[in-house]
Design a protein around this ligand. Structure first.
Ligand code: SF4
Ligand code: SF4
Length: 222
């Protein structure tokens, strides 16, 4: 699973930087490198472009995984260059941007738009697989997620626009419920199509979502 990002238009990046003239650039060595939006090559290209626009780039780095807590140590290594900047341009997904926001004490600005969490189905081809809805129904849908596979995110069967197994929004695509029905039928459980899924309960999953690991009082070794 990778966090899929896309470079913002340069004009939008410059607009965000309108009151900054000294910039430190941060890339990410994990998802943004794989997706080619925030690896070394893209960060160096951004540095050149900003310099050509008259910006002073105080430094840059590509953090191994910008969203994790080790980012604190990585930013500490560049403390001086970060402190002499008045803007941190982050070429990582929104999780990386928010992680940097915890540690730098500076204005943190995203250079990328975060699109979705994607499975790499074949080299370089990423597909949105899960919207982290908090109430997973894959057990009833043959492992195909209707929240992401259906354009309307329906849960209880196709809309009235489905036509000969195709989606009304994109006729090149199979309707999500055609795929779900075919797979359930192959698994010998077409009856699961009739299982009713109530509307998502927003109160059962307040935002922001959090997960707290329970502390283990005793460790058992077998
Ligand atoms: S139903 Fe779909 S969006 Fe919800 S948790 Fe399962 S895979 Fe993710
Ligand atoms: S045709 Fe199928 S996939 Fe397309 S929006 Fe309707 S239910 Fe969803």
């Amino acid at each position: 699973m990778k966090s899929i990002t896309r470079l913002k238009p340069y004009a939008e990046i410059m607009q965000q930087l309108e009151d900054c003239n000294r910039v430190f650039i941060v890339g990410c060595g994990t998802c943004a490198t794989v997706v080619q939006t925030g690896g070394v090559e893209q960060v160096e290209a951004m540095k050149e472009q900003l310099q050509d626009s008259g910006m002073l780039v105080t430094g840059w780095t590509v953090i191994p995984t910008a969203c994790d807590e080790m980012t604190s140590a990585s930013t500490a290594e560049h403390e001086s260059a970060i402190q002499s900047a008045n803007g941190i341009l982050v070429m990582a997904c929104a999780l990386g941007v928010q992680r940097l926001n915890l540690y730098t004490g500076k204005r943190v600005l995203p250079a990328l738009d975060t699109l979705f969490m994607g499975l790499e189905e074949s080299p370089g081809y990423f597909v949105e697989a899960c919207d982290q809805c908090g109430e997973c129904i894959l057990g009833y849908t043959a492992g195909i997620c209707p929240v992401t596979a259906c354009h309307k995110g329906l849960l209880n069967g196709p809309c009235g626009g489905t036509n000969k197994g195709k989606c009304e929004v994109d006729q090149e695509k199979d309707c999500a419920f055609t795929l779900i029905y075919q797979k359930l039928r192959d698994l010998g459980r077409p009856d699961l199509m009739k299982h009713y899924h109530p509307p998502k309960n927003a109160q059962a999953c307040p935002r922001p979502k959090v997960k707290i690991l329970e502390a283990k009082e005793t460790e058992q070794w077998i």
